[in-house]
Design a protein around this ligand. Structure first.
Ligand code: UFG
Length: 343
């Protein structure tokens, strides 16, 4: 029988790509999602791509009783991958309680429900934001964590601390925290991708929405950073590469290959690209000019962030293999398909 995996937030951007990879690897997927930042249509698209429709349960994980009921009816699941969370950095700074309430209640209810029902494997969707402003590059998992600038970021850091405490108190529970750098790109079919609600916060969707004519121009937040061209450097990673790492982590947990009960891995490519690199690559991939303007710095941006990928390579046997061009091409393909459908 195929192993069952519960995926919270499975209709979202990274969640839906991971569900596809899980199905491709013959897992039976149960998606728990409240559709607060995603759409049920994603399920049909997953079915189009994989030939299988995952089981979907519309549930608010902040409700402890309902969450426990759902986990009780799926207590044969082998692992939980927890994506469900709010993720808008700026909004979290203006409304911290919304972020702490949603991201932490849903985490706590998921953890207590799964443990009560004997599901002892957990994968956490974390972020490079837990490193704050790094004093050493590339960032290894041994870099010390710092209090992130945003409340969103702090929910990720606090969540990792909760997991650490939980593992120290519970001999049967195991977890892997995956710290994402900057996920971009979309599924090659163009059927699944990132769909930010309202004005995008992140660079890639802002670029594609500008190019397609939804936004007038891209604001580049500062060109006076201590980097080669003055714009901040990030480690962009293709969402499909990221999704594949989750399948490897699931296998590692189910087959008890972990070296310690709580492991943490960076998921990046190890390559840093500046904002201008991304813009120029976009222009060359699409053979077009992007309307952009250099403006003031955005609060909280760090100058440079890229991963050491050694640990994930050594322990998981995973490396990201898609180039920046491929990431951008797939994001653009997704944006255009979306636009054609709605216009
Ligand atoms: N940028 C612009 N204009 C925009 C959007 C972004 O110039 O309209 C710049 C930013 O200033 C930054 C770079 O593009 O230099 C990347 O910005 P993103 O918002 O795409 O990504 P961040 O690195 O700020 O944030 C990402 C994730 C967060 C996570 C953080 C951890 O989106 O979830 O990394 O560092 F918390």
């Amino acid at each position: 029988m195929n192993d069952k995996i519960i995926v919270t937030g499975g209709c979202g951007y990274i969640g839906s790509h991971t569900v596809i990879e899980l199905i491709k690897n013959n897992y039976k997927v149960i998606i728990l999602d409240d559709l607060s930042n995603s759409s049920e249509e994603t399920l049909d698209r997953i079915e189009k791509i994989t030939g299988k429709k995952p089981t979907f349960i519309n549930i608010d994980l902040k409700d402890a009783d309902i969450t426990n009921e759902v986990f009780k009816s799926h207590k044969d699941a082998k692992a939980v991958i927890h994506f469900a969370a709010y993720k808008a950095v700026g909004e979290s700074i203006n409304n911290p309680l919304k972020y702490y309430q949603n991201n932490l209640y849903s985490l706590l209810n998921t953890l207590s429900s799964q443990i009560e029902n004997g599901i002892n494997n957990f994968i956490f969707s974390s972020s490079a934001t837990v490193y704050g402003t790094p004093n050493k590059l590339p960032i290894t998992e041994r870099n010390e964590t710092q209090r992130p600038f945003s409340s969103y970021g702090n929910t990720k850091k606090v969540a990792e601390e909760i997991l650490d405490d939980l593992i120290n108190s519970n001999a049967t529970f195991s977890a892997i925290s995956l710290r994402y750098f900057n996920p971009i790109g979309a599924h090659e079919s163009g059927l699944i991708g990132e769909l930010p609600s309202g004005t995008p916060n992140n660079l890639m969707p802002y670029i594609t929405q500008t190019a397609v004519g939804i936004r007038e121009k891209l604001m580049v937040y500062g060109n006076d950073y201590p980097t080669k061209d003055g714009t901040p450097i990030r480690d962009y990673i293709h969402v499909v590469d990221l999704a594949k790492a989750h399948v490897i982590a699931v296998k590692r947990l189910i087959h008890k290959k972990q070296e310690t009960a709580f492991e943490t891995f960076n998921l990046g490519t190890g390559n840093g690209f500046s904002v201008l690199d991304v813009i120029h690559t976009f222009e060359s991939v699409t053979n077009s000019k992007l309307n952009y303007e250099i403006v003031e710095r955005r609060a909280g941006d760090v100058p440079e962030l890229y991963a050491s990928t050694d640990l994930a390579k050594e322990k998981l046997g995973w490396t990201a293999d898609k180039s920046l061009e491929e990431m951008i091409r797939s994001s653009w393909n997704w944006e255009q398909k979306l636009r054609n459908k709605t216009s």
